[in-house]
Design a protein around this ligand. Structure first.
Ligand SMILES: C[S@@+](CC[C@H](N)C(=O)[O-])C[C@H]1O[C@@H](n2cnc3c(N)ncnc32)[C@H](O)[C@@H]1O
Length: 216
């Protein structure tokens, strides 16, 4: 992906194209995924710490909006049973290839969280690194209902978003701790919301929030 193509991709995110659209599919078809802003090969340190503090040692974890699949692969490499979904079939195909390369087994599915076909109480934990924060405000309550349904009672949601402390409006939406508390008020207990950064190909790493919620 050239610098210009990357700028165009970032501008499209900034223009807030609301899903479901084929926008993500076209992005993954036309991109070198290693140059996407959120691409990182290592397990996000906040997710790693979250799992150490609260995460299930066994059971099923959903990587929601897996994109390149790097986090699904990292979690499967730690011995967890992983389901990974994305709205883009090409992202899922590329993530499957990565899983084959790393010789890990992952249940990959094309799935739109806003109209999810996953069953109720399907997983013990959900990891969302960067999906909630690309959804337009009107879609967020639909997302909350979906993750509430998909998580078993007592299950955990590890959520990473851009923070309202990140300047500008390029890229995904910014969220404040108060907004996150508001969206997840029904049906979730807030275990923590921390200031952090969002690792990827953007330097310096944008300011972010990492929240851990427990499904009541
Ligand atoms: C910022 S990327 C993050 C990808 C990945 N979690 C990571 O950290 O590398 C957001 C991802 O959400 C996916 N996505 C966007 N809307 C979605 C939806 N409604 N349902 C499922 N996935 C969606 C996109 O295709 C994209 O892969």
């Amino acid at each position: 992906m050239t610098h210009r193509e990357k700028q165009i991709a970032l501008r499209r995110v900034r223009d807030r194209v609301p899903p479901p659209t084929d926008w993500w599919e076209r992005l993954y078809r036309s991109s070198n995924i290693e140059q996407l802003p959120w691409y990182t090969t290592t397990l996000d340190p906040d997710i790693e710490a979250g799992f150490e503090a609260h995460g299930p040692v066994a059971g099923k974890v959903l990587d929601l909006g897996t994109g390149p699949g790097t986090h699904a692969v990292a979690l499967a490499g730690r011995g967890l049973t992983v389901v990974a979904t994305d709205i883009s079939p090409t992202a899922i195909a590329k993530a499957k290839a990565l899983a084959r390369k790393h010789r890990v087994t992952i249940d990959f599915r094309v799935d739109n969280v806003l109209n999810s076909e996953l069953g109720g109480g399907f997983v013990d934990a959900i990891v969302d690194r960067g999906t909630f924060h690309v959804l337009p405000p009107e879609a967020r309550p639909v997302y909350v209902l979906a993750v509430r349904r998909i998580l078993r009672p007592g299950g955990l949601l590890f959520l990473k978003t851009f923070s309202d402390k990140e300047p500008g409006d390029e890229g995904p939406y910014r969220l404040s701790p108060g907004e996150l508390r508001g969206y997840f008020r029904e049906g979730f207990d807030v275990l923590s919301i921390e200031d952090t950064t969002f690792q990827g190909t953007i330097e310096p790493a944008p300011r972010a929030l990492f929240a851990t919620f427990r499904r009541r």
